[in-house]
Design a protein around this ligand. Structure first.
Ligand code: C5P
Length: 228
């Protein structure tokens, strides 16, 4: 069976993966997997059901049974958890922080593995996360690790939150980003790191269209999309 193509985009938070993945997926007509949203949903569901963030068996069960619907819209994706629209709440720093705690639990990661692989459908998938190239899609056609300086990532996150009408201070965002990076890189299961065969792209001084262009070129060079 010939599998659908996969482009993996891994990297720390605020490196632009979300926006870039969406734009590349749109341009290619491929599906999109925002794997961070799944960890955020587990954290949010835990809060709703009063489950502690270190109760691994209960969180793994929750992850396996997650009742979630992704509705693709023009500029974003609407997310329904147990029938309720949680799209806004999902993006808050508190939920991101709780997500990074549940993401350190092997039982939760295992429970989400097949759900993530099921997104792989023809003609292709753009998978955004931390371990897309290392664990979830080790045989991906192109693996890219996107980075940017912590200061630049805090600045971008700040802008994104402002646009969404969420209040946050730049200095506290920088601290949170650094704490989350440290936790994501140091955990024993699926730590944040580039796959051995990934290309690392530092986006600190690149605009979003420049990054999208670079990725499209790399895909075309590998014969994954028609030359533009
Ligand atoms: O990318 P996003 O900020 O939505 O991810 C939230 C958290 O989920 C990350 O800080 C990380 O701990 C976790 N995550 C993960 N593996 C992924 C995607 C996200 O561990 N593939």
């Amino acid at each position: 069976m010939s599998e659908a193509k996969v482009l993996t985009l891994d990297g720390p938070g605020g490196a632009g993966k979300g926006t870039i993945s969406r734009l590349v997926a749109e341009r290619l007509g491929w599906r999109l997997l925002d794997s961070g949203a799944l960890y955020r949903l587990v954290a949010l569901a835990a809060k709703r059901h009063g489950i502690a963030l270190d109760d691994e068996p209960a969180l793994a069960r929750l992850a396996a049974e997650l009742d979630v619907v992704f509705l693709a819209e023009d500029e974003s994706t609407r997310v329904l958890l147990e029938g309720d629209d949680v799209s806004r709440e999902l993006r808050t720093e508190q939920v991101g922080d709780a997500a990074s705690q549940v993401a350190g639990l092997n039982g939760v990661r295992q429970a989400l593995l097949q759900r993530q692989r099921d997104f792989r459908q023809a003609p292709g998938l753009v998978a955004d996360g931390r371990d897309m190239g290392t664990v979830v899609f080790p045989d991906a056609d192109l693996k890219v690790f996107l980075t940017a300086s912590p200061e630049e990532r805090a600045r971008r996150r700040h802008l994104q939150l402002q646009e969404a009408g969420v209040d946050a201070s730049l200095s506290s965002l920088l601290k949170e980003i650094q704490a989350r990076d440290a936790r994501d890189m140091q955990r024993s299961v699926a730590p944040l790191k580039p796959a051995e065969d990934a290309i690392t792209l530092d986006t600190t001084r690149l605009s979003i269209p420049e990054v999208v262009e670079r990725l499209t070129e790399w895909l075309a060079e590998r014969g994954l999309v028609p030359e533009t």
